[in-house]
Design a protein around this ligand. Sequence first.
Ligand SMILES: Cc1cc2nc3c(=O)[nH]c(=O)nc-3n(C[C@H](O)[C@H](O)[C@H](O)COP(=O)(O)OP(=O)(O)OC[C@H]3O[C@@H](n4cnc5c(N)ncnc54)[C@H](O)[C@@H]3O)c2cc1C
Ligand code: FES
Length: 261
Amino acid sequence: MPEHQEKSIVLSIERLSPSVYRLTLHAPLIAGEARPGQFAMVACGSTLDPLLRRPISIHQCSGDGRLQLVVKVVGRGTQLLSEIRAGQTLDLLGPLGRGFRLSPGPVALIGGGIGIAPLLFLAQSLMQTGQADASCRVLLGAQSGEDLAPLAAGFETLGCHVELATDDGSLGRHGLITDLLPAHLPNLGKVYVCGPHPMMAAVAALCASAQVDCEVSLEAHMACGLGACLGCAAPGADGRYKHVCKHGPVFKAEEMAWTTR
Ligand SMILES: Cc1cc2nc3c(=O)[nH]c(=O)nc-3n(C[C@H](O)[C@H](O)[C@H](O)COP(=O)(O)OP(=O)(O)OC[C@H]3O[C@@H](n4cnc5c(N)ncnc54)[C@H](O)[C@@H]3O)c2cc1C
Ligand code: FES
């Protein structure tokens, strides 16, 4: 599927928490083709600083050409994105990468922190195509309730069963979201996960021991997003490096070499 370079119009920007923003854009070319788990390379500013585009997951798309991104401010590029205003344009390259492979059956979606952002699009697609039903489990974790609540909104409306956990106990269970997974595993056909690397490594190991299919959405530093620069290489289980931007960002968990880092 070809990618598009599209000058989107910013329709709105909402602050969801002190460091997280949701951008609603009019980007009909990309919104019309994006699949859950794909991302866009976003030109964050109008100057040469930062020089490189930043990869941001597609959060939601609608048939009228609207596309949403959820951005957590961690540095210069994401800070500039948080300062954009309605009416301005935002240059996107996308949709990029291989997204989640949707399969019918009982599934769980597991998200940590800003890794929750691409999972709402996935849940929508699974529910709307009838590949998941009310047995769909959504397990979401973050550092605090302030971080988690805005990212977790929307899943219950779709009819999913949602469970939450926070590091500080301010929302949901006090502890790691991965602690909630073993109880569900015997009833699951597939798990989709996006979040911090140690969380995905733990989920991959639990799924492997229970022989449940698992797909992971990896993060990597990206310069081009197109498979041209080798900037995003991640070690595969076969000893060969994969380009996260082109072969992923979504991989079968068993394709990757898992390390604790
Ligand atoms: C496929 C993909 C999808 C992503 N989706 C989202 C999303 O939906 N929302 C969102 O807020 N962020 C997402 N990210 C992460 C986002 O790309 C980075 O946070 C962003 O590039 C940081 O740019 P910056 O200029 O603000 O920070 P920089 O100044 O470049 O870096 C600030 C800090 O963040 C770290 N960092 C930068 N980029 C990455 C990265 N790719 N992975 C891990 N650590 C990084 C740096 O090491 C540094 O410590 C995604 C990344 C990938 C690869
Ligand atoms: S970011 Fe350039 S090859 Fe992946």
